[in-house]
Design a protein around this ligand. Structure first.
Ligand SMILES: C[S@@+](CC[C@H](N)C(=O)[O-])C[C@H]1O[C@@H](n2cnc3c(N)ncnc32)[C@H](O)[C@@H]1O
Length: 293
């Protein structure tokens, strides 16, 4: 860990190491310097989840979000649970390749941990544009010479670079179904950055039977004032937050058939058998899984 981040990754790394099996990090270069002066979404999210891999600017911005949206931490937790249920769903239906874009700082309940529980032969490629994610992933992967998890640094806004990346090409056979995971990341891509085209380009590269696993922040369950204040705080971070309404988020599933229960408020995706925490209604985001036609 660098800079003045709170120490404590050893415990987290121990918990995770068993899960990280294979690193295709030959082309990885350490970031010259992490930008700690402004908040970064990966590190703010880490803070919401109770992680230690964040800096004062991240904590300050995250605390401002929590003061504005008291359910931010609950939302992050429930988002992780959605990720776990959706990955289990995809793996149980035979998907063996996961392209997880906007991975976040490694945390318990990661895509590879969940996928490998169902299918030890599943291949997982993690993609994030924040060097801190790579830093942690590299540390975790270093002692695992053989396995099925790859991590690359790339930007969702440049889908061709992701699809053509040697790490992706080595791990993923695009002729076979892939679970494309855009979990709590697309709301960092603005309209003028062609969010819809980015998703379409990724979709078009996938074989039929591939899945889109998506969650996305929305203004639909909060007041306009809260939405504006939230976006205002993120606008000073390294990535602006673009909340979208249900119709806008549903349009990302063009070319996919949504599986039951469809695109729903995030805490409600396949939670019939789960006791929801109090206040779940306040979590302002949607989640869904679609299968490519
Ligand atoms: C809120 S976290 C979500 C982490 C994880 N997907 C989850 O849902 O638990 C968002 C992640 O997306 C990453 N991210 C934001 N914009 C991105 C972009 N344009 N390309 C790749 N990753 C991005 C951030 O660095 C961060 O790690």
């Amino acid at each position: 860990m660098q800079g003045d981040a709170v120490q404590g990754d050893a415990v987290q790394a121990d918990e995770l190491q068993a899960d990280w099996r294979w690193a295709n990090t030959d082309d990885w270069e350490p970031p010259s310097e992490l930008d700690t002066a402004i908040a970064h979404p990966a590190r703010m999210y880490d803070y919401y989840l109770g992680g230690k891999d964040n800096f004062p600017a991240d904590r300050e911005a995250a605390e401002r979000i929590i003061a504005t949206v008291p359910y931010a931490r609950l939302g992050a937790r429930l988002n992780r649970q959605f990720l776990g249920r959706a990955v289990t769903f995809a793996a149980e239906r035979g998907v063996r390749q996961f392209l997880d874009i906007g991975t976040g700082i490694p945390a318990v309940g990661s895509t590879s941990e969940v996928a490998h529980r169902v299918a030890p032969d599943a291949r997982v490629v993690y993609v994030d544009n924040d060097p801190i994610v790579l830093t942690h992933a590299r540390a975790l992967l270093a002692n695992h010479p053989a396995g099925y998890t790859t991590v690359i640094q790339a930007d969702l806004r440049e889908p061709a670079a992701i699809l053509d990346h040697p790490g992706v090409r080595a791990a993923i056979d695009l002729a076979q179904p892939v679970a494309l995971m855009l979990v709590a990341v697309l709301h960092f891509v603005r309209e003028e950055e062609n969010a819809a085209q980015v998703v379409a380009q990724l979709r078009d590269a996938l074989a039929p039977g591939s899945m889109l696993i998506l969650s996305h922040g929305s203004q639909d369950f909060i007041t306009p004032e809260t939405a504006e204040a939230t976006a205002g705080i993120y606008s000073k971070s390294s990535a602006p937050l673009v909340l979208r309404d249900r119709a806008q988020i549903a349009s990302f599933f063009d070319g996919f058939d949504l599986v039951e229960p469809g695109l729903v408020q995030l805490p409600l995706w396949r939670t019939d058998d789960v006791e929801l925490p109090a206040d779940w209604q306040h979590v302002s985001g949607y989640a869904g899984v679609g299968v490519k036609r």
